[in-house]
Design a protein around this ligand. Structure first.
Ligand code: NAD
Ligand code: UFG
Length: 359
């Protein structure tokens, strides 16, 4: 049988995973999706399938496995099932995690078990099946409240503000440790530290669908603009920033998806260029635009991009918020040949179009 290779996308039914799956197929990769659907719906998998098949003669298969990353036997079975079909998983992009900062404070053990436990199982199974390339979804939350902005990848990990942030720091350390102690098979990994992903696919076939009332700025802002939720509260206007509201680095999820393609290509190249005795390689990359934007500026940019007013009130600070953080993103540019190309307005327009379509 002619063995083909594919990339396993854990959390592939989620927000960033679904956009990345589409970008991978567009770049010529075969993808296999795994998700336990705890924070997503099968409709996202259908959205991915529609997008990758739009305008193509032959149909592109996108296998989906409803499996929990902590289920060792279940994850191994995904690799075995694909082998039986003549497909070898040669790289993994690990998105699957719980990500609600507030919930993580209430249920820290759930976050440790799900996020760190799931990563441990995945590393074991990757070793069993001799998979050498791992892209890990990390976050700028690993930097805590940085002393200097923009932050680069050498900035120290500061005590995390939440159990969620702690799981990202621990998973990064776990992967690094695993790489150091496992040269045969090698583990080459890219630790991608996302800043604030926003927006949706321009087709509006996939986007961000948080369950319940959104905690994050842009999903809340869109519901507020649609009039289906109480006005947006700007959390704090007395911070030491130009307009008093917090500053973040918002990047379009389509740019972020393309960064994953660049990262997996980088790892494959690393694998090919080193011989059997070459040692494992781990590299962290900041993924952001390199520009900081305040909450009030996001509201103004949304109104400009869509012509829709955003009902909002000025409120108190939210506990645990970092004041200002944005990326020093030159490492991704020089080593992955990736940089964000889409504007804030484009991202907000796409988020709004998704909101209108999904209501
Ligand atoms: P998401 O919730 O939309 O996607 C995560 C997916 O993982 C969901 O579909 C969920 O059902 C699945 N999942 C969770 N635990 C699982 C498990 N044990 N087994 C199998 N599937 C499981 O979130 P997202 O925004 O797409 O985030 C993807 C990754 O990026 C996460 O690791 C998140 O921590 C990280 N990240 C996100 C942001 C952000 O602002 N969205 C920022 C930084 C980092
Ligand atoms: N904000 C408001 N009102 C809201 C929601 C948010 O003013 O209703 C403000 C926040 O105070 C913050 C900014 O908008 O200043 C962005 O807040 P988000 O909740 O959208 O994003 P965070 O920067 O707090 O955190 C996000 C993810 C984390 C991730 C981090 C870095 O939620 O999981 O980005 O990637 F770790």
């Amino acid at each position: 049988m002619d063995i083909k290779s594919s990339i396993l996308v854990t959390g592939g039914a989620g927000y960033i995973g679904s956009h990345t799956a589409v970008a991978l197929v567009e770049a010529g990769f075969r993808v296999v999706l795994l998700d336990n659907l705890c924070n997503s719906e099968l409709s996202a998998v259908e959205g991915v399938r529609s997008l990758v098949n739009a305008g193509r003669g032959a149909s592109v298969e996108v296998p989906f496995y409803e499996v929990d990353c902590r289920d060792r036997e279940g994850v191994s079975e995904v690799f075995r099932s694909e082998l039986k079909k003549g497909t070898r998983i040669t790289g993994v992009i690990h998105f699957a995690a719980l990500k609600a900062v507030g919930e993580s404070v209430e249920k820290p053990d759930l976050y440790y078990d799900n996020n760190i436990g799931g990563t441990k199982v995945l590393l074991d199974v990757m070793k069993e099946f001799e998979v050498e390339s791992l892209v890990f979804s990390s976050s700028c939350t690993v930097y805590g409240e940085p002393k200097i902005v923009p932050v680069d990848e050498n900035s120290p990990f500061l005590p995390s503000e939440s159990p969620y942030g702690f799981t990202k720091q621990e998973c990064e350390k776990l992967i690094e440790e695993h790489s150091k102690t496992n040269d045969i098979p090698k583990l080459n990994s890219a630790l991608l530290r996302y800043f604030n992903p926003i927006g949706a696919h321009p087709s509006s076939l996939i986007g961000e669908s948080p369950k319940g009332i959104p905690n994050n700025l842009v999903p809340y802002l869109c519901l507020s603009a649609a009039g289906t939720i109480s006005p947006l509260t700007v959390f704090g206007t007395d911070y030491p920033t130009p307009d008093g509201s917090c500053v973040r680095d918002y990047l379009h999820v389509m740019d972020l998806a393309e960064a994953h393609v660049a990262a997996i290509q980088y790892l494959i190249a690393k694998s090919l260029s080193s011989d059997l005795t070459g040692s494992s390689h781990t590299r962290a990359f900041n993924l952001g635009t390199g520009s900081g934007v305040s909450v009030l500026e996001v509201i103004a940019a949304f109104e400009k991009a869509t012509g829709i007013p955003v009902p909002h009130v000025l409120g108190k600070r939210r506990e645990g918020d970092v004041v200002s953080i944005w990326a020093e993103a030159s490492r991704a540019k020089s080593e992955l040949q990736w940089h964000a190309t889409r504007s804030l307005e484009e991202a907000l327009k796409d988020a709004w179009n998704w909101q209108k379509k999904s209501k």
